[in-house]
Design a protein around this ligand. Structure first.
Ligand code: ZN
Length: 553
């Protein structure tokens, strides 16, 4: 009997529990399927890396719009599309002319003005090797074949220094030429950190230079040059997408995730070694198709949960994030968002690479409200939560924190494919992302029963998207786009503070590494270990200051 009863129990257990387990699994499976389909499309080659302002970005935006429509989540203020404009980097204006011996060579990509050229005209004859005051100078960029073949020779820096010096000595214009056919000859760097020099300055590549040599031998004459240079700041545009659940509540909760990525790496923000030449799609499956898909799913879940009525819910898919949080900054400004309207903001950026062995989940912004400690505790044993208190971080929650709104930022950690073409859908941990999604849902459900959380200002520097063996102990201004990394805060007793780095300094070089922005800063930092001694160069009130720096253990 006993055996018999035991058999019955086991059989019953099978009958009773199996379907429940199946239902649970099935629902997770459905979630996984939806995430796979969203991430699969957003990270596909067809979207070409979703670079802000490109047809790929627009395709992604149309897909997001369609998904909100399917779920019947209404547009925000009658439109899912909320376009914005911003300026980013430099470009050569179409009016620019570089005429050498009667031929306009500007259309030739072998010849272009440097981004630090003055916006001026200059014309006349040049006698190479004759450097007179008031005349245009032609100078070699490389001193030898060896220098031209050296991949570590910083051609842009050398060009800038030669041009600046020539301008000081009275040149009316400078043409730097490559007589050696360097593989590493400069290209127009839209993100150049160098300030404008006093005269128009142009690079002449090897092809144009060779032709000129032939012409001169034929004509035996001087080179005639007519320059009309105009470098402008690049005007760009992007589309934020916004959907809304209006519960006629006093306050609104914002849930956000950026959907833009790096395209082919044209904006110099790729970590792929040869991005400019290889022209590969940066798929951005984790960064941030993962957050985009999670946000869409959150919208569907909140829409379906009729109990969530204490707040209105606003879902925003930002663009322009990879270039410097431009979409979220614009959205906060355009909509006049602050704590008078918004209860809190949750941001998901890179939530697709949960590590199955560590289960580490970074939750940022924990210091921005006293309410968040309890919320973090709700993660329970599902995750090993890594707390980052700072309201300022390398993603869009920063724009809301700066507007006085409590924020939380969810992030499963950086990885070897970060900002590389290899950030692919097949590397996503879909079940891990489902777990994150469920946790964020629990946060929203809990907060819906509570009063608007209080806002706190945080001091601590952000842990950020990347983890390194060492840190400088500075808080970067993530919105700064003037070249280099602008220091917003210096932590006492950390290497930067000891070296004498001050708030307002712009870090432009770390050891041998030129720092042009957050990307190159993070790359450079990754090269150092505890105990390393090096130098940090900062721009302070227009002057370059070199400080000895020691990374501590
Ligand atoms: Zn990114």
């Amino acid at each position: 009997m006993a055996i018999c009863r035991l058999t019955i129990c086991l059989a019953l257990a099978g009958v009773l529990f199996q379907p429940v387990a199946n239902a649970q699994r099935k629902s997770d499976e459905q979630l996984v399927q939806q995430l796979k389909s969203d991430i699969g499309y957003l990270a596909s080659d067809a979207l070409e890396g979703r670079r802000t302002g490109t047809p790929g970005e627009l395709k992604a935006a149309e897909y997001i719009e369609k998904r909100y429509q399917q779920m019947r989540v209404a547009p925000y203020k009658n439109s899912y599309f909320h376009p914005f404009r911003f300026t980013y980097g430099k470009e050569v204006a179409p009016t620019t002319r570089i005429v050498i011996n009667g031929v306009d060579v500007k259309s030739n990509d072998n010849c272009f003005p440097f981004p630090f050229s003055a916006n001026k005209k200059a014309s006349g004859e040049i006698l190479p090797d004759v450097m007179e005051q008031g005349s245009a100078w032609m100078m070699p960029l490389y001193a030898s074949q060896e220098e031209a073949d050296n991949p570590h020779f910083d051609a842009e820096k050398a060009s800038f220094e030669k041009c600046r010096e020539a301008a000081k000595q009275g040149a009316s214009a400078v043409i730097l030429f490559d007589s050696y056919g360097s593989k590493y000859a400069p290209t127009f760097n839209s993100q150049s950190i160098y300030e404008t020099v006093a005269v128009p300055v142009v690079f002449m590549g090897n092809k144009v230079w060779k032709k000129l040599v032939v012409d001169r031998q034929a004509n035996k004459g001087a080179v005639t040059v007519s320059l009309d240079i105009e470098i402008t700041k690049t005007e760009r545009s992007g589309n934020n997408l916004a959907a809304y659940i209006d519960n006629n509540a006093a306050y609104t909760v914002v849930l956000g995730a950026h959907y833009d990525h790096l395209g082919y790496g044209e904006d110099h923000n790729s970590l792929h070694a040869n991005a400019a030449k290889d022209h590969l799609v940066h798929h951005g499956a984790d960064d941030n198709a993962s957050g985009t898909a999670a946000l869409l799913e959150m919208a569907g879940r909140i829409k379906a949960n009729k109990k969530l009525r204490h707040y209105n819910y606003l879902f925003v898919n930002f663009s322009g994030e990879e270039l410097g949080l431009f979409g979220s900054k614009a959205f906060v400004k355009q909509e006049g968002l602050d704590s008078n309207k918004i209860a809190y903001m949750l941001n998901m950026d890179m939530v697709g690479r949960l590590n199955d062995s560590t289960h580490a989940l970074t939750v940022g912004g924990v210091g921005t409200s006293p309410s968040w400690a309890e919320v973090v505790a709700m993660a329970g044993s599902d995750f090993k939560v890594v707390i980052d208190s700072a309201g300022v971080g390398p993603s869009d929650h920063t724009s809301f924190y700066n507007a006085g709104i409590p924020v939380l930022f969810f992030f499963t950690g950086t990885h070897k494919d970060y900002h590389k073409p290899s950030d692919l859908p097949e590397a996503i941990n879909y079940q891990g992302e489902v777990d994150v999604l469920k946790y964020v849902t629990r946060v929203v459900e809990k907060m819906d029963k509570e009063q608007k959380p209080h806002y706190l200002v945080t001091k601590q520097a952000s842990v950020g998207k990347s983890r390194f063996k060492v840190s400088m102990g500075i808080m970067p201004d993530y919105t700064f786009d003037g070249g280099g990394v602008k220091v917003d805060g210096v932590t006492d007793n950390k290497p930067a503070a000891r070296a004498g780095v001050k708030v307002g300094d712009i870090v432009i070089q770390l050891g041998d590494n030129k720092i042009t922005g957050m990307q190159s800063y993070m790359e450079a930092l990754g090269k150092f270990g505890a105990g390393d001694k090096t130098q940090v160069t900062v721009k302070r009130e227009g002057k370059e200051v070199v400080l000895p720096l020691e990374f501590v253990k």
